[in-house]
Write a protein that binds this ligand. Structure first.
Ligand code: SF4
Length: 370
């Protein structure tokens, strides 16, 4: 996101306009029902306009115009035309590739853009959130997955609109070797060798992750902890080396309640724990394995866990789910690796682990317990 923001910065600054080349031009179309902003609008000698949108596509991707880009320029061109300006062309400028690609529009593009606006309006006005994609690879890379919950939502009726609590706050990752971060006038500033690399309002920061050789000033650490924000230090490859948390942590009360619940027994909590565990098993098996019947049964067990009348019954459900999950565990590993390594797995064995998969599972469980 930050890369896109940086790439857009010149285009978002109206003061960067020159003769026949205007930056950050706001547009509106009552007919289409949209407002927007053109990154750049160029005028030719007849005062006809060409819209140029800036995109920060990663260099490893080809600078290709996608359908969403076509829709965007179609809407911007439609809005400019509605405002009475002649539009002679559209283009996408790929900032990382320094490449400009013209985007001639067809009537089909304009019709699609209009349809998309209508569909978006229907979605916004709907009482219910749209259904998530089903078993779609795009979800694993989607930044909304923790809010959208595409695997979990089909299991339960969504009774409220799902919105991000505070879309403006972010975890700040500092990853430029040799840089230094400090706080000044309510902003976190990052600089290296006298060059300012970035500046962020501290109230928009949820936490800071430091990757590798980046210095944090004492003042910044104090300010973050005073605001109960955590700092995590990692190696440049992402291994966590340590963290700092405010002394006044929120964990004391919940820990106390946890011990009281453990003393008295709480089947309502136990039901939730087991149902969630079974849900995760079903999700993992569905995403990575090949056992649709087992997944269906795991989903049933998940629901049964929530209605379980006793702890004994709950343990039975948990054991049944574990047996089904591990019976298909091998289907989640790459067949080529299973074949070349001669891997086998039938059941979990703890001490001693009887095969390489159990050894790996035990090692990971012990690591997670620490
Ligand atoms: S996780 Fe992202 S891509 Fe998947 S359904 Fe939700 S919003 Fe769409």
């Amino acid at each position: 996101m930050e890369i896109g923001t940086q790439a857009h910065t010149p285009a978002d600054d109206p003061t960067g306009s020159r003769a026949r080349r205007y930056r950050a031009v706001d547009v509106i179309s009552h007919d289409l029902g949209v407002t927007g902003r053109c990154d750049t609008v160029e005028l030719d000698e007849n005062a006809a306009m060409t819209i140029v949108e800036h995109k920060a596509t990663p260099v490893r991707h080809r600078p290709e115009v996608t359908e969403p880009m076509r829709i965007q320029v179609a809407l911007l061109a439609g809005a400019l035309a509605d405002m009475g300006y002649p539009v002679s062309g559209q283009a996408i400028y790929f900032t990382n590739h320094h490449t400009r690609v013209d985007v001639p529009l067809t009537p089909a593009d304009r019709a699609l853009a209009r349809d998309m606006v209508a569909a978006t309006a229907r979605t916004l006005a709907a009482e219910q959130a749209p259904p998530p994609l089903e078993d779609d690879r795009r979800c694993s890379r989607c930044s909304h997955i923790s809010v959208c919950l595409p695997d979990e939502r089909p299991l339960t009726l969504v009774t409220r609109r799902i919105v991000v609590a505070d879309p403006d706050t972010q975890v700040l990752h500092l990853a430029t070797p040799g840089s230094r971060a400090y706080v000044t006038r309510g902003r976190i500033e990052v600089s290296k060798s006298g060059e300012k690399l970035g500046t962020f309002p501290i109230e928009r920061v949820q936490g800071v992750v430091v990757h590798g050789n980046v210095d944090l000033s004492g003042g910044l650490i104090r300010e973050l902890l005073w605001r109960s924000l955590s700092v995590v230090w990692c190696t440049s490859s992402g291994r966590v080396t340590g963290w700092a948390r405010a002394a006044q942590g929120p964990n004391g009360g919940p820990r106390l309640l946890q011990h009281v619940a453990s003393q008295h027994g709480r089947i309502d909590l136990a039901r939730q724990f087991v149902a969630t565990k079974v849900a995760n098993q079903a999700t993992l098996l569905r995403r990575h394995g090949d056992a649709p019947t087992a997944v269906t049964r795991l989903r049933e067990l998940q629901r049964e866990a929530l209605d379980s009348p006793s702890l004994t019954n709950l343990f039975g459900i948990e054991g049944d789910a574990a047996a089904r999950y591990f019976a298909h565990f091998l289907t989640m590993l790459r067949p080529k690796v299973v074949a070349t390594e001669g891997l086998t797995f039938s059941t979990q064995t703890r001490r001693p682990a009887r095969d390489p998969i159990n050894a790996a599972l035990n090692f990971l469980l012990r690591s997670a317990d620490r």
